[in-house]
Each structure stands twice: as structure tokens, then as C-alpha cells.
Design a protein around this ligand. Structure first.
Ligand SMILES: *[C@@H]1O[C@H](CO)[C@@H](O)[C@H](O)[C@H]1NC(C)=O
Ligand SMILES: *[C@@H]1O[C@H](CO)[C@@H](O)[C@H](O)[C@H]1NC(C)=O
Ligand SMILES: *[C@@H]1O[C@H](CO)[C@@H](O)[C@H](O)[C@H]1NC(C)=O
Ligand SMILES: *[C@@H]1O[C@H](CO)[C@@H](O)[C@H](O)[C@H]1NC(C)=O
Ligand SMILES: *[C@@H]1O[C@H](CO)[C@@H](O)[C@H](O)[C@H]1NC(C)=O
Ligand SMILES: [Cu+2]
Length: 168
């Protein structure tokens, strides 16, 4: 998470350095057009986001990359995890939450809490609402961390407050 924040901060810094207007004070119009929330009012309702998009929740997709490209996520947004129930030829998946960054980094599934079992991803999928202002560390808990470690089935989310000022 710290690394992600650092990367974002760095990229903002680089863009701002490239913009010479900034040396003459803060241009709010310009700032907004670059970094502001461009969603209009109808889009400021909480969103429902399918984790992985059309890839759904499976082994081998880079969910960290997905989370960076599809973020930021906001409070009360819903993440939807879609995965088929296991059958004779497919492996099960699940959704676990790690209590802290360390166990997330190491895919220490024993310390994690299961929030959806291998059957709950069927059909419309398992819905998880980002209710609290805290980092969430998601992963698949199957095969004692193998899917998390080797299958990239993990990502972190820090929901943000929606901007409360109106923008026409
Ligand atoms: C601020 O930025 C906008 C958009 O780039 C530009 O149109 C405007 O002239 C700038 N205002 C000032 C005071 O530099
Ligand atoms: C807001 O965004 C939605 C979806 O993109 C669009 O259908 C709608 O026309 C937009 N409304 C305004 C006022 O721009
Ligand atoms: C997944 O994507 C992230 C961010 O783009 C990247 O840093 C990381 O190396 C990727 N992981 C793998 C295993 O490709
Ligand atoms: C999220 O939803 C709850 C319950 O609907 C509501 O009380 C709360 O104010 C909402 N929080 C935000 C930041 O929108
Ligand atoms: C098992 O599940 C996979 C993935 O959901 C599916 O593609 C496959 O057809 C299923 N196989 C059987 C025998 O049901
Ligand atoms: Cu899995």
C-alpha cells in the first residue's frame, strides 16, 4: 500500500513539474482538470465494481495491476467477486481478508479471515461493500496461499471519501 501511494505521489509530482504554470502559484482550474473527480453527479453514487472486470476472479490475473488501473475506490462502493463453484476439473477460489499489510505481503492465509467460501462467487457473485475508511487486503485463500502467492490473486484497496463539493 505504501508503495502504491508512493508511486501515485511520484507521478503527480512528475506531472506537476512538467507544468510550468505551477511556478506562478496554484491554478485550481488546471489542477481540477488534471486530478479532479471527473465523475458527474449521477456517477457520484456508490459504484458496483466487478473485481477483474470481464476476467472475474481467477488464478493468474494481476489483480494489483487491475486495482491500480480501476481505482480509486470510494467508501460504500461494492466490490463483486465472481468465480464458479469448483467441479471435477476446476479448482476452487474464495475471498479472504488479511488483518494487516505484513500478512498480505506474505500471503499468510492462516491469519486471514474468510469472507466468502468457494461457492459464494456463483451467479451474481459475492458482494463486499467498502464501508470503512481503512485499507482492505483481499486474497484468494485456497491451497494455503498458493493462489495468493503464485496466482496473483490478491490486491489492496484504500477507499477514499467522495469529494463533497459540487462540480457543474
Ligand atoms: C489555469 O489553467 C487553465 C487550464 O489549463 C487555463 O485555461 C487558465 O488560463 C489558467 N489560469 C491562470 C491564472 O493561469
Ligand atoms: C453523467 O454521466 C452519465 C454516464 O456517463 C451520462 O449518461 C450523463 O448524461 C452525464 N450527465 C451529465 C449531466 O453530464
Ligand atoms: C502486477 O502488476 C503490478 C503493477 O502494474 C506490477 O508491479 C507487478 O510486477 C505485476 N506482477 C506480476 C507478477 O506481473
Ligand atoms: C455509506 O452508507 C451508509 C449506510 O447506507 C451511510 O450511513 C454512510 O453515510 C455512507 N457513507 C458514505 C461516506 O457515503
Ligand atoms: C468446470 O468448471 C469450468 C470453469 O467454470 C468450466 O469451464 C467447465 O465446463 C466445468 N466442467 C464441468 C465438467 O462441469
Ligand atoms: Cu483462487
Amino acid at each position: 500500500m505504501v508503495l502504491i501511494l508512493l508511486a501515485i505521489t511520484t507521478s503527480i509530482f512528475e506531472v506537476s513539474m512538467a507544468n510550468k504554470d505551477w511556478s506562478f502559484g496554484f491554478n485550481y482550474t488546471d489542477w481540477w482538470s488534471r486530478f479532479g473527480n471527473h465523475q458527474n453527479k449521477t456517477q457520484q453514487e456508490p459504484r458496483k465494481i466487478i473485481v477483474g472486470g470481464s476476467e472475474h476472479w481467477h488464478f493468474g490475473y494481476n489483480y494489483t495491476d487491475w486495482a491500480i488501473k480501476n481505482g480509486p475506490f470510494y467508501l460504500n462502493d461494492t466490490l463483486v467477486f465472481k468465480y464458479d463453484a469448483p467441479n471435477a476439473t476446476s479448482f476452487p477460489h474464495s475471498v479472504y481478508l488479511f488483518p494487516n499489510f505484513g500478512s498480505f505481503l506474505n500471503c499468510d492465509v492462516k491469519k486471514a479471515k474468510m469472507v466468502a467460501n468457494p461457492k459464494q462467487g456463483e451467479g451474481e457473485g459475492f458482494e463486499f461493500v467498502l464501508k470503512r475508511w481503512q485499507p482492505y487486503y483481499f486474497a484468494c485463500g485456497e491451497r494455503n496461499g498458493f493462489h495468493c502467492n503464485n496466482g496473483n490473486m490478491k490486491f489492496a484497496v484504500m477507499p477514499m471519501f467522495r469529494p463533497f463539493w459540487p462540480w457543474p
